[in-house]
Design a protein around this ligand. Structure first.
Ligand code: ATP
Ligand code: MG
Length: 280
């Protein structure tokens, strides 16, 4: 028996836009096993975020079922709904707009703990916050600072710590590196990999392109126009893609060229050295 944390069955979500029905998600089914990272990949408008929002019960499905640990989440109320909210957490795409600029890092990370465990001692919450900062690679002296004092990558680390604060089993990541510099993207992807390995986290990881999910995800589902065109292990998908749309996505992955990379690096170093000389 496979141990599925998440089961999505015949999920459909429609929107009515100016009297017209738009089927954002069209009868899709997939599972995510405990400890697995499933990538959900597809171009803009293919229905990835709508799927994520249904999985997190931020919106209701038009049809179909979403089950977390075997429990249908669409009927949860009260205490069970709160427990679900701590079991499934979201990491947002934009670390600039998703952190409250008036709160400091400590408050941002502690907020979820306070909501889910309102009677917890302040010293316990503080210790947990410090530990979470360490888990995501930030320092304790960052605690009192506001989001504006951080880079995009650091902000995303804060967003991840906030999501982890309530000890979720499932982390839904909706393009969490898309708005970051390319050089920072790999660091955050490595952090997700590390969290998966160390904490046994289960991930539903959304991306536009196959390159991003290549190393992190065990399996990948390819979405187009609200449907899953193909789902398989990353080996299957990369070495033997079946659907034309998957093939097109693979063709779009840039080939890493070490010679070209080295040339650019040398150029950047020379330019930096020239700037340093000019400034001296
Ligand atoms: N609240 C809404 N009201 C009306 N239409 C919506 C709404 N949310 C999504 N849609 C439509 O549903 C379709 C899927 O959108 P969705 O945001 O899920 O795509 P996506 O794959 O996440 O795209 P992106 O990569 O740009 O984030 C699109 O046609 C979109 O316009
Ligand atoms: Mg989206």
């Amino acid at each position: 028996m496979t141990d599925n944390i998440l089961e999505v069955e015949n999920l459909t979500r429609e929107f009515v836009v100016r009297g017209q029905v738009v089927t954002a998600v069209d009868n899709i089914s997939f599972n995510v096993a405990r400890g697995e990272a499933l990538g959900l990949v597809g171009e803009s408008g293919s229905g990835k975020s709508t799927t994520a929002r249904c999985v997190l019960r931020l919106i209701e499905p038009t049809n179909g079922a979403v089950r977390l640990n075997g429990v249908d989440i669409t009927t949860l109320r009260g205490r069970k709904l709160r427990s679900f909210r701590s079991n499934a957490q979201l990491v947002f795409q934009d670390p600039y707009s998703s952190l409250d600029p008036r709160m400091n890092v400590s408050e941002i990370i502690a907020e979820g703990i306070r909501i889910h465990r309102p009677r917890e001692k302040a010293s316990v919450v503080r210790d947990e916050v410090v530990e979470l900062l360490d888990v995501v690679g930030l320092r304790p002296d960052h605690l009192g600072r506001k989001p504006a004092a951080f880079s995009g990558g650091e902000r995303q680390r804060i967003g991840i710590a906030r999501a982890l604060a309530v000890n979720p089993q499932l982390l839904v990541c909706d393009e969490p590196v898309a708005s970051l510099d390319v050089s920072i993207q790999a660091q955050i992807l490595n952090l997700f990999q590390d969290l998966k390995n160390r904490l046994g986290l289960t991930l539903l990881y959304i991306a536009h392109d196959l390159a991003t999910v290549r190393h992190l995800c065990d399996r990948v589902a390819v979405m187009e126009q609200g449907s899953i065109r193909e789902i398989g292990t990353r080996e299957q998908l990369y070495t033997n893609p079946q659907h034309p749309y998957t093939k097109a996505l693979i063709a779009a992955v840039p080939e890493p060229d070490p010679v070209e990379e080295r040339r650019k690096l040398t150029e950047r170093r020379a330019a930096a050295a020239a700037r340093a000389k000019g400034a001296a």
